[in-house]
Design a protein. Structure first.
Lengths: 301, 157
């Protein structure tokens, strides 16, 4: 997949040295060694002579040029949000010189680094949590919690897939703000999430919640990386419309989550009935704890 | 027989002259197609913002401009560009166009449009030059060739 985007030399070295299916991230920073991350372990890429491969400006520019199909203007909306999405849900985080005008970000140029994140489908990774989140065909409002790169999105994807596999014939609306859950290219989802999903990609949560509830009659809305303050209106809209929400948030554990502004409000209003904590102790997406709405631990590893 | 050969000779000379003058017409057509391509692309940036690959697929052109589109498509898939094979272009013109191609698609829409305006100015100059050449040189070549052919015929008679 990355063959079309990486420099041929880099691609062949990576292919020769690692198994592409195991790679979680490829990081290129200007004038720094190229890093390949596998299961949270970092490896430096070396050439045949044993020298480290050092990323440079041209390498990064070329990668972004190819990733944007030589049409940066067509991808500028996501570039200003710091990412690009490639087929099969591969997400490229971008850093560089942010150009703004009157506090409006216009674009990012002079790219300094890219982080290529390759999603993995870990089949059945949500199975052990499933009985705690879906009981008698009723889905609990669930918040998936983990630090970045610990498998929140993978868990979300699998949970949605399992719901469909278990014939839980609920309409699932995916509010995929950053096309991470399921990239859609030419109207086709790149990841199989089962047959009950409607997908809004590349749009704000506000838009997806408001329009989705109105037009798609969802039973469940699934979304990634919510902000407990900024997205409160969306949550309210869903709750007041009888729509369940399964969302994810960045936090290492419940303690860290409690320190987030807006959490006490969410907790008091009982927006969520289940809090699922993931870690990477036994590989990405390891289920650590499940808490109920009063933060009592109902599953402890 | 002699007369027949003279007529053939005149026809051959005129055909060569027409071929040479055709190059100027082709060059003019090429730049005029290129100008309209860049203008269309500017419109695309303002509204549809189609990717360059998709935009090229919908671009039609004849003869040398078609070669240009094919070379552009090649560049998008291989990163290698060579416009020297377009006969109507001189080496310096080919290099200049190669640089233009390499710079398209590297900015946000607003800056892309600004850049295209600069390119269009350059293309306008080249188009004006091509038109001048076409208007002046084409009839001149034809006239001179005709005179040469007639002169040659007189000598041969």
């Amino acid at each position: 997949m990355l063959k079309d985007y990486l420099d041929p030399e880099i691609y062949h070295l990576i292919k020769k040295t690692f198994n592409f299916d195991d790679i979680n991230e490829i990081r290129m920073r200007t004038n720094a060694k190229l890093i390949v991350v596998i299961k949270n372990k970092k490896y430096y890429l070396k050439n045949d002579k044993g020298d480290y491969i050092v990323a440079n400006k041209v390498m990064i520019e070329n990668f972004i040029r190819r990733a944007s199909e030589n049409s940066i203007y067509a991808f500028n909306d996501s570039i200003i949000n710091g990412y690009l999405t490639l087929p099969k849900g591969i997400r490229v985080g971008i850093c560089g010189n942010v150009v703004s005008d009157n506090n409006n970000i216009i674009t990012i140029k002079e790219f300094q680094s890219v982080n290529i994140r390759i999603p993995h489908i870990i089949k059945n990774c949500s199975l052990s949590a499933y009985p705690y989140l879906i009981i008698d065909n009723e889905v609990y409002n669930t918040l998936i919690i983990s630090a970045p790169g610990r498998g929140k999105t993978t868990f979300l994807r699998d949970l949605v897939y399992q719901m469909s596999q278990n014939n839980l014939s609920k309409n699932v609306l995916i509010a995929d703000e950053r096309t991470e859950i399921c990239s859609v290219i030419d109207s086709e989802p790149m990841i199989n999430l089962g047959g009950f999903c409607d997908i809004y990609s590349n749009c704000s949560k506000k838009f997806a919640f408001k329009n989705g509830i109105r037009s798609m009659r969802p039973d469940i809305i699934v979304t990634d990386e919510i902000d407990l303050e900024k997205d409160l209106d969306c949550l309210l809209e869903a709750m007041n419309s009888g729509v369940n929400v399964i969302a994810s948030i960045h936090a290492k554990d419940i303690k860290e989550l409690r320190n987030k502004s807006g959490f006490e409000n969410v907790l008091n209003q009982k927006f969520f009935n289940r809090f699922v904590v993931l870690s990477d102790t036994e590989g990405v997406g390891t289920l650590t704890n499940i808490y109920d709405e009063k933060l009592n631990c109902i599953y402890c590893r | 027989m002699k007369w027949f050969l003279i007529i053939v000779l005149i026809c051959v000379i005129m055909l060569i002259a027409m071929g040479v003058s055709e190059q100027y017409k082709d060059k003019f057509d090429f730049y005029s197609n290129l100008k309209s391509f860049l203008n269309q692309f500017k419109l695309n940036l303002s509204f549809k913002q189609e990717k360059i690959t998709d935009f090229l697929k919908n671009t039609q052109g004849k003869k040398y401009f078609k070669q240009f589109v094919l070379a552009y498509e090649d560049y998008l898939s291989t990163d290698i560009i060579n416009l020297n094979k377009i006969k109507v272009l001189e080496q310096s013109e080919a290099t200049e166009l190669e640089n233009i191609i390499k710079n398209i698609g590297k900015h946000d829409a607003k800056n892309e449009i600004k850049q295209l305006d600069t390119f269009l100015l350059e293309i306008d100059n080249k188009l004006a030059k091509a038109q001048e050449d076409k208007n002046k040189l084409c009839p001149m070549i034809l006239k001179l060739s005709l005179l040469f052919a007639i002169g040659l015929a007189i000598i041969l008679i």
